[in-house]
Ligand binder design. Structure first.
Ligand code: ADP
Ligand code: ZN
Length: 825
């Protein structure tokens, strides 16, 4: 992409009435939430979606046209400098989606546009240094000499590259050398990192008879002729890579001679980097759906809007998605299926590939940038009409989008944390579907309370799949059973003299499983932390009276043990004994996976114990290796964190032990109950998925807690009712929305001061507008008050549309705004 760049110093012109103007989202360093206005150069026409280059201050920057207009209130506008691509790169729906993201999530417009562009398309401005033909002055200083030597040898280079080779070089130094006529400094654009890849190939261009004759002649002169060998190879394979002929011993002169003789031609061809290249899909016909599944698929199909499929794990939801995908593709439209990153396993990909192989592609974070880039264009061309991917695949440029599916819609990994925009894929998908007229299906065994509430209000449709299915070993499908779940009261265990992390019932069950050659999972809550207190005798958790979340030990004041609410800042001195029962065992809690692994090895001496937590899972391919080891039955007991909960489907997995079910309940986050319920249901669902029954032991100090009882009895409804009532009382979503603002700074006083300034401004703005809401809570130290030497303070806004208040507020770079945060921790 070479640019016919116009003069960067075009004078701003007074816009003529009725002149063609465009609004451009610009890739600036300083984030901007609105587009900038430019005029369209004479003789050109621009549409929304065109990629352009525009003057911005002294620089030329990349931009995307988001709208055309013929009027502006500006006194003067500058013309667009160049058009990067004759065809628009974005369609109207994605431009509208990006503008909505910027509004909704209070994010820079360009960053929202960039979500919808191919990976690596963005070009940042860079400083370029070039040599001059005849330096006006000879260099005196050694550093100057080295700089000149470097550009004499390398030509035009970026400042960054120069610094890598020459050492620290300041812009001031370069500008001085420019004034001395020794070099030139200019602003340019970095090459986009996403680019098509080309491959050099060699093809037979002569008629086969002619080639055979030529080869024979060569062999007559030299029986070992390399050129003859190349021709013989091409006669069998008339179009091969250059590498392949080089491996036959051919060098460039050999090929040049054959080319000159009209025997072959060398050319470049674009290659598609394909993430599914290693898969061989055996096409499978659709499954014969059960009556329930058929009814669910029909209901989704009949509804042009959003449908929630609520069905326990293994109830056949995926088969319903596959059926609606099939109908959508048959109708000539495209589909996107989103799954949580961690659930995007080869097994999951295979299920879609076996049904829709040719038109399937996948998008997820493990792909190379080249793969992402090529697949983006393949989707845009309409060659791939079904995309299965994680969160960001919602932005895939699928043609004639007819369907989006979000599996496990309650998963909070659908919410992006960093970088901006901090969007939720479910909300983005719903917006996209509204813009394109596509259907949306949300599926879950444990729906998000907010989603379920919407289905109760009737604003989205809900269908239920009540029965678990069990694939039979001999083929076919039977009625599956949910596992038997026992809640183990750890207070009783303590009273009975058992101080180990394993209760007696769990120990018995593990022994039985080991005896029968079956497998066990021990689940440990990674988010358990020694900062929460729990009374071992009565299960009391200290809660903030105004925020109804757990208070935690304040790590900033280790000498005076204080309990703090990290939402509102309320704090009190830590009591010596439990305030409820006056018991002495009122202590912080939480155990790690390593400790459980050690204990498991000590208790079950002949068992093969493995551990799987975030340390282990960071290694690439670890998930597959772990699943393989489990399948090959090289592991008897697996100790791990919530990552285990996803996707494991093993016939011999019969016992699940949840070591510390209540840890998550104490987190200072209004999601704590919901997350605990979701997690326990997921983990319990790993046991007894085939013919053998499953046994689940939930160890807890709070055996009456609603999420624990609900997960043990596989009952969503009572849990939902209790939770929604609680949220209504406390004013949490869906009855309000939250915005979290976090400020970080190396100086604590400054951080607090700035956070207080914004809190005051927000309250003032609210009061001036004569509004009673949103509530503005804080500033308080963030849950993790100090990260990498920076102090963090946070504000929480709670109200019907709290982000509207942000418009008039100055927020510098160190502010972090999260609308509808997935976690308050
Ligand atoms: P979910 O997505 O709700 O967890 P799945 O769609 O994965 O459920 O179904 C659970 C198991 O039952 C899978 O192994 C699936 O292949 C199988 N299954 C589901 N529906 C059918 C059907 N109609 N016929 C045959 N097997 C089915
Ligand atoms: Zn509080």
């Amino acid at each position: 992409m070479t640019l016919p760049l116009l003069d960067t110093n075009d004078p701003a012109e007074v816009p003529r009435p009725g002149a063609a103007l465009v609004e451009v989202a610009v890739n600036t360093q300083q984030p901007a939430r609105t587009p900038f206005t430019y005029s369209v150069p004479d003789g050109h026409s621009l549409e929304p979606g065109h990629a352009v280059f525009v003057p911005f201050g002294p620089r030329i920057l990349q931009g995307i046209v988001v709208a055309t207009t013929d009027s502006t209130t500006l006194q003067a506008v500058r013309p667009v400098a160049a058009i990067a691509d004759p065809d628009p790169v974005l369609d109207a729906a994605h431009i509208a989606l990006a503008r909505w993201l910027a509004e909704e999530y209070f994010a820079p417009l360009w960053d929202c546009i960039a979500c919808c562009l191919p990976s690596g398309y963005g070009q940042k401005p860079v400083t370029m240094v070039s040599p001059v033909d005849v330096p006006a002055l000879l260099p005196i200083y050694p550093k100057d000499q080295r700089i000149l030597q470097y550009i004499a040898g390398h030509g035009r280079v970026s400042l960054e590259e120069m610094r890598e080779h020459v050492g620290p070089v300041s812009l001031t130094l370069l500008e001085r050398m420019q004034r001395d006529g020794q070099l030139t400094v200019a602003q340019g654009l970095a090459r986009p990192s996403g680019r098509p890849r080309f491959e050099r190939r060699v093809g037979l261009s002569a008629e086969p008879d002619a080639a055979r004759a030529h080869a024979a002649a060569l062999l007559g002169r030299n029986p070992k002729s390399v050129e003859a060998r190349v021709l013989q190879h091409l006669l069998l394979h008339p179009d091969v890579t250059l590498t392949e002929v080089r491996e036959l011993g051919a060098n460039p002169p050999h090929l040049a001679r054959l080319e000159a003789a009209g025997m072959l031609r060398q050319f470049e061809q674009r290659v598609e980097r394909d993430p599914l290249a290693d898969y061989r899909f055996v096409q499978k016909p659709p499954a014969q759906l059960s009556d329930d599944q058929q009814a669910a698929a029909d209901a989704c199909w009949a509804n042009p809007g959003t449908t929630l499929i609520h069905g326990v794990t293994g109830s056949g939801k995926t088969e319903v998605y596959l059926e609606v995908v099939r109908r959508t593709l048959e109708e000539g439209r495209g589909a996107i299926v989103l799954v949580p990153e961690i659930a995007l396993t080869p097994q999951a990909i295979r299920r879609y590939g076996e049904r829709f192989g040719g038109t399937l592609t996948v998008l997820h974070s493990q792909l190379s940038q080249g793969e992402l880039f090529d697949q983006w264009f393949r989707i845009q061309r309409g060659d791939a009409r079904l995309v299965v991917g994680s969160r960001s695949a919602v932005f895939a440029p699928v043609k004639d989008l007819g369907l989006v599916v979000l599996d496990e819609e309650h998963e909070w990994s659908y919410k992006q944390v960093d970088p901006q925009p901090r969007y939720h894929a479910r909300e983005a998908a719903e917006r996209l579907c509204a813009l394109t007229g596509a259907r949306l299906i949300l599926g879950s065994a444990t729906p998000d309370i907010v989603t379920y509430h919407r289905s109760e209000l009737g604003s989205i449709q809900r269908v239920e799949l009540g029965q678990r299915l069990a694939p039979l070993a001999g083929g076919g499908i039977g009625e599956g059973r949910l596992p038997n779940v026992e809640i183990v009261d750890m207070r009783e265990e303590l009273r009975g003299g058992n101080r180990s992390v394993f209760s007696r019932p769990l120990r018995r069950a593990i022994h039985a499983a080991l005896g029968a050659g079956e497998q066990t999972i021990l689940f440990v809550n990674r988010r358990g932390s020694a900062r929460f207190l729990l009374c071992r005798d009565c299960g009391y958790l200290p809660l903030c009276p105004s925020c109804a979340v757990a208070m935690s030990l304040d790590v900033q004041s280790p000498l005076h043990q204080m309990l703090t609410c990290h939402h509102c800042g309320r704090s009190r001195r830590l009591e010596e004994r439990c305030p409820k029962c006056d018991g002495p065992r009122y202590r912080p809690f939480g155990v790690g996976t390593q400790r459980i692994e050690q204990e498991a090895k000590a208790y079950f001496q002949h068992a093969r114990v493995a551990r799987w937590d975030s340390d282990v899972s960071r290694q690439k391919g670890s998930h597959e290796r772990m699943v393989q080891a489990l399948e090959a039955h090289e592991i008897d007991i697996l100790v791990g964190t919530q990552m285990l909960a996803k996707g494991l489907d093993l016939p011999e997995m019969t016992v699940v032990g949840v070591v510390d079910a209540d840890v998550g309940l104490s987190l200072p986050d209004y999601h704590a109950q919901e997350r605990t319920f979701q997690l326990l249901s997921q983990v319990a669902g790993r046991a007894g998925r085939r013919e053998k029954p499953g046994w689940v032991y939930i160890q807890t100090y709070e055996p009456e807690a609603a999420p624990i009882v609900a997960a043990a009895t596989h009952q969503f409804r009572p849990f939902y009712e209790e939770e929604i009532a609680h949220r209504r009382r406390a004013g949490y979503p869906p009855f309000n929305r939250l915005v979290r603002l976090t400020y970080r700074h190396g100086k604590q006083e400054h951080a607090l001061e700035e956070a207080s300034r914004v809190a005051t401004e927000l309250r003032l703005a609210r009061d001036t507008a004569g509004r009673a809401e949103p509530d503005i809570l804080g500033p308080t130290p963030a849950y993790i008050p100090r990260i990498r030497g920076e102090y963090r303070y946070q504000l929480l806004m709670r109200g019907r549309a709290p982000s509207r208040l942000l418009d008039g507020i100055r927020l510098g770079e160190n502010w972090h705004v999260d609308v509808d945060p997935a976690s308050l921790i």
